[in-house]
Design a binder for this molecule. Structure first.
Ligand code: GUN
Ligand code: FE
Length: 415
């Protein structure tokens, strides 16, 4: 049993952000036993790890990130989605046929996930099996809970970054077989997005989904261009989600719909029915997509939500900054469109921790039985001020740096 003392903040629900000033967090076998205001008599003689005035919060989950795009974070931001993909992103991704390049980037990427406080993630690789195997190895070695996909794309893509349908399916099955028994880094199907996938490819991925009981990540109604292009490519489908439904890709969990900015009524119905997650990637949608998710509306309509860094369309790997960006964008959205209410800090923090964490098991909260995956945050207050624990968490999400994260715990072990 380990007892940690400090200022403790975690979500119970979207509207219940729990706060314990000078509280005690009891951990046994890597799992949270309880959080207490005062230490019970029976524990008075136990060893206490004292984090004093520091803040203890759950580690974050990133529900949408492109590992191969890590070298491009924070550069080449002058274009919108389609042009950005063609000019910058596809050429970069083609470099992953080189395994030594993949090793360099992916070991840094996996190490940085932990550095930036992300212990659980849903990650896209590239079309290349060998490189994506290396990505798996780097994540598995570090114990990062993750769903990772070898990307599928068999049309509307440059000649240097495209597969035939048969190759794509054969290599996806090899990828699944190789990694299906991994402890931490699990395979997930990853059709890039509707414009770069044939219906034949999606249907065959649907068969793999059934055969291996495996979920799907993709980009859904991310821009008006993408939503229109998808309907053009798949005649007879009324919306993006219907394409995946017709291909049999909504049957196995998790279903991860990145962006989800312009959903139709049918998109909403299908995502809700399959218990999927819509992922807000606030920085990315400001940088290259130019659309804002209807976050408040989706929360009110019972859609599961998470936050994604979407490197390299988004520039910053720390999901804490995504929390504040999500609040900020929701206010702009509601200013211009009154029917879309804004969200508050409690809701955004919940999205980035407990709600998204549910994909990976019991992570993202400090309720009893949750994995003790945690960050200890310091140097958030000035000498002359006193913040409440929730204010400390909020300021960290607006101004935080990796240097504010003094300790990191994964399943109870300091890493
Ligand atoms: N849609 C298809 N591919 C991508 C990608 O790499 N990034 C983003 N943001 N959207 C996409
Ligand atoms: Fe993306």
């Amino acid at each position: 049993m380990k007892i940690y003392h400090g200022n403790i903040v975690y979500s119970k629900s979207a509207t219940e952000l729990m706060s314990y000033e000078n509280g005690y967090l009891l951990v046994e076998n890597g799992k949270v036993l309880s959080v207490e205001k005062e230490l019970k008599e029976e524990y008075k003689n136990s060893e206490i790890i004292d984090f004093k005035n520091s803040l203890i919060i759950p580690a974050f989950s990133d529900l949408h990130v492109h590992a191969p795009q890590y070298p491009n974070r924070g550069i080449q931001m002058d274009l919108l989605l389609n042009d950005w993909l063609n000019k910058y992103t596809f050429p970069l991704e083609s470099k992953y046929k080189d395994e030594s390049f993949a090793r360099k980037v992916y070991s840094k990427f996996a190490a940085d996930l932990i550095k930036y406080g992300t212990m659980h993630a849903v990650i896209l690789g590239t079309i290349h099996n060998n490189a994506t195997d290396i990505l798996m190895e780097e994540l598995e070695r570090r114990g990062i809970s993750s769903f990772v996909g070898k990307v599928n794309m068999d049309k509307n893509s440059p000649s240097y970054l495209i597969e035939t349908t048969d190759e794509s399916i054969k290599n996806t099955e090899l990828f699944i077989k190789k990694h299906q028994n991994n402890k931490y880094a699990k395979p997930i199907l990853t059709p890039r997005f509707a414009p770069t996938c044939s219906f034949d490819l999606l249907k065959k991925l649907g068969e793999l989904s059934d055969k291996y009981n495996i979920g799907v990540q993709t980009h859904i109604v991310e821009s008006l261009w993408e939503a229109e292009e998808a309907k053009k490519c798949f005649e007879g489908c009324l919306c993006d989600m219907e394409i995946y439904e017709k291909a049999g890709l909504l049957k196995h969990k998790p279903f991860i719909a990145a962006h989800y900015i312009f959903p139709s009524e049918l998109d909403l119905k299908l995502l809700k029915e399959c218990g999927g997650f819509a992922v807000q990637c606030p920085d990315s949608t400001s940088n290259v997509i130019a659309g804002i998710m209807r976050t408040g509306y989706l929360l009110d309509n019972g859609i599961n939500l998470g936050i994604g860094s979407d490197i390299a369309a988004g520039e910053y790997l720390g999901i804490y900054r995504g929390v504040s960006s999500a609040v900020r964008l929701s206010k702009i959205k509601s200013f211009y469109e009154k029917e879309n209410r804004s969200i508050d800090f409690s809701e955004a923090f919940y999205m980035a921790t407990k709600m998204s964490g549910s994909i990976f098991g019991k992570v993202g909260s400090f309720e009893k039985g949750y994995d003790f995956d945690a960050l200890v945050i310091s140097d958030i207050e000035d000498d002359y001020e006193k913040l409440t624990p929730i204010e400390m968490a909020e300021r960290f999400c607006y101004l935080g740096e990796t240097t504010n994260i003094y300790h990191r715990f994964l399943r109870g072990e300091e890493i």
